[in-house]
Design a protein around this ligand. Structure first.
Ligand code: SAM
Length: 228
């Protein structure tokens, strides 16, 4: 999969050379390219923002650098999926990550200031499928942290990125429930014992216990998930 990220702070993404995603990049499973939006400006100050029409606080990202960046990055690609992190977008879920992990080419445009000139989203729709995606109901300073969260959630679903694919299946949100509790050695630690069923070797009983725990935990922590 190819992912292009456009940001005015490309060094935010330096951490994506580490761990599983770093290995996926080295092996070529993930072709992650980070770009500086200012490379598509033409003035001496490499300006990417201007004052908002209609007045108001803050600055808005100018449309032309974005259009030039998208033109370049979408060229030769068959309608890429163009994601703009936005607190005003659809909320990012595990199902979104799964859906996006099946795409061949994602372009992620990270906004800053008060956001990006609205016409950029219309323009982007002429080049690919546009998704405005929110990490949750709060406001970040920019799209970079949201983009990193999405890249990690999507990237680990690409076949070959996580060594044991079974570990993806049993995780929180994969079946609409939270994951069951996990324990490792020692079996008793600081007077706390691991639930006996996990030491029983009875796989059916372990599976039943885990399912009960998933339901109980989801009911107490995230009852909203059970409605679905
Ligand atoms: N004025 C915008 C609004 O009220 O919707 C918020 C702009 S925010 C300060 C700057 C940028 O941060 C946005 O363009 C977006 O890229 C990113 N951002 C902020 N909160 C986000 C969230 N919850 N999810 C995804 N991106 C977010």
């Amino acid at each position: 999969m190819r992912i292009d990220v456009v940001s005015i702070f490309p060094s935010y993404f330096d951490g994506l050379t580490l761990s599983l995603l770093g290995k996926a990049r080295e092996s070529g499973i993930l072709d992650l390219r980070i770009h500086d939006l200012r490379d598509w400006t033409s003035d001496r100050h490499r300006t990417v923002d201007d004052t908002p029409y209609g007045g108001g606080a803050g600055m808005v990202m100018k449309p032309e650098p974005w259009a030039l960046a998208l033109d370049d990055l979408a060229a030769g690609s068959d309608r890429p999926t163009i994601i703009f992190p936005s607190p005003a977008g659809e909320v990012f879920h595990q199902t979104t990550a799964r859906e996006l992990s099946e795409r061949e080419h994602l372009i992620i445009g990270c906004g800053r200031y008060e956001g990006i000139d609205e016409r950029v989203f219309e323009y982007a729709a002429s080049l690919g499928e546009v998704r405005l995606v929110s990490l949750g109901d709060y406001v970040l300073n920019g799209g970079e942290v949201a983009a990193m969260a999405m890249i990690e959630a999507v990237g680990r679903l690409i076949p070959g990125v996580v060594g044991n694919p079974d570990s993806l299946v049993e995780e929180s949100h994969e079946d609409g429930l939270l994951e069951y509790p996990s324990y490792t050695k020692p079996s008793t630690w600081r007077d706390r014992a691991v639930p006996g069923v996990l030491l029983s070797g009875n796989h059916a009983a372990i599976a039943a216990w885990r399912r009960e725990q998933q339901l109980a935990r989801t009911e107490s922590r995230r009852p909203d998930l059970l409605k679905d």
